[in-house]
Ligand binder design. Structure first.
Ligand SMILES: Cc1cc2nc3c(=O)[nH]c(=O)nc-3n(C[C@H](O)[C@H](O)[C@H](O)COP(=O)(O)O)c2cc1C
Length: 315
């Protein structure tokens, strides 16, 4: 299991979240027994360096650094990572192939996030240690395939361990992910309401109030699909897309929009990233409680399935 490989308590990774997964938040996750991840998606190289150094002062547990490959500073951030050597690097929104050799030479575990079997195969050939296999249910940048369809197909296609992400928020999703072949899970949306999560109160309330159909994917027309809460901004964005708007016009609308949601609590004009599972997240808890409850629930679900399978006479 992932916890044994990473020497952590739970086989759970905190999904990176740009502007949200600060050094403090990642350290709090690692101190609560999962793998904390610093999200450098919106950081300059200097901020990324400061965040890694700060995280080291806040936890003695392993943590990861996430690099969003759309960030124009990716090359410089990767150099800093190779210098400071966190335990793990995860990468999102692209192909990290050109960085893998150097990261591994520095003893860093490389864990790309993949939305297709083809990219999973390519990453395995390029030397990735594990893969985070993320379904389109997830919040933030997404692919097209569901977790249910994608995870077993990637499991069949590669030999390296895989971690499932997208639509997991309790013991049922966790056990399902293991049944599909994963050795652990990555969760994002369910951590947004954690006491330690540094987002605006309005954002937390939007998650708690969300129902199953409250998210939408914008950006498909420009090959940059992002799952966010339906609101005035997403409506405007989709209308522009339908009218054939070019990338520049669309980017004008989303410029700084995640910050509007995270820091200003603007739930109408902000980019309120959340996954489809938000509809199931109904309680505020500490990180420690979220991970403990998920694990306890997973054990109950597993025991119940075991009883059901053994109790029935299918012969
Ligand atoms: C608000 C938000 C921001 C995100 N930002 C990033 C990011 O910067 N880098 C990344 O690789 N993934 C990002 N993701 C994806 C998460 O790391 C994680 O894989 C995903 O949330 C898992 O699915 P779930 O939302 O259904 O739990 C983000 C997700 C959310 C909800």
């Amino acid at each position: 299991m992932l916890n044994q490989l990473l020497k952590i308590k739970y086989p759970i990774i905190q999904g990176a979240m740009a502007n949200i997964a600060t050094a403090k938040f990642a350290a709090a996750v690692s101190n609560a027994g999962a793998l904390g991840v610093i999200g450098t998606g919106a950081m300059t190289p200097e901020l990324a360096r400061a965040a890694i150094e700060e995280c080291r002062t806040l936890t003695t547990q392993p943590f990861a650094v996430n690099v969003m490959l759309m960030n124009p500073h990716s090359d410089a951030i990767m150099d800093i990572i190779c210098e400071l050597k966190p335990a793990v690097v995860t990468t999102g929104a692209g192909n990290p192939g050109k960085y893998i050799e150097k990261l591994k030479a520095n003893g860093i575990l490389v864990v790309p996030i993949v939305p297709t079997v083809a990219l999973a195969r390519r990453m395995e050939q390029a030397g990735a240690d594990m893969l985070i296999v993320e379904g389109t249910e997830a919040g933030g940048h997404v692919g097209e395939l569901t977790t249910m369809a994608l995870v077993p197909q990637v499991f069949d296609a590669v030999k390296i361990p895989i971690i499932a992400a997208g639509g997991i928020a309790d013991g049922r999703g966790y056990v399902a992910a293991l049944a599909l072949g994963a050795i652990g899970v990555q969760v994002g949306t369910c951590l947004l309401v954690a006491d330690e999560c540094p987002i605006h109160e309005n954002y937390k309330q939007a998650i708690l109030d969300a129902k199953d159909t409250d998210t939408v994917v914008t950006g498909r027309s420009v090959s940059a699909p992002v799952r966010i809460k339906k609101n005035a901004m997403s409506q405007k964005y989709l209308k522009l897309e339908q009218a054939g708007a070019v990338r520049d016009d669309l980017e004008k609308l989303t410029l700084g929009s995640l910050r509007k949601a995270v820091f200003d609590g603007d739930m109408e004009n902000g980019s309120v990233m959340m996954g489809q599972i938000a509809g199931m997240v109904k309680e505020r808890k500490s990180l420690a409680q979220i991970f403990a409850d998920m694990t306890k629930n997973a054990k109950q679900v597993y025991a119940q399935i075991h009883t059901n399978v053994n109790g029935d006479d299918y012969a």
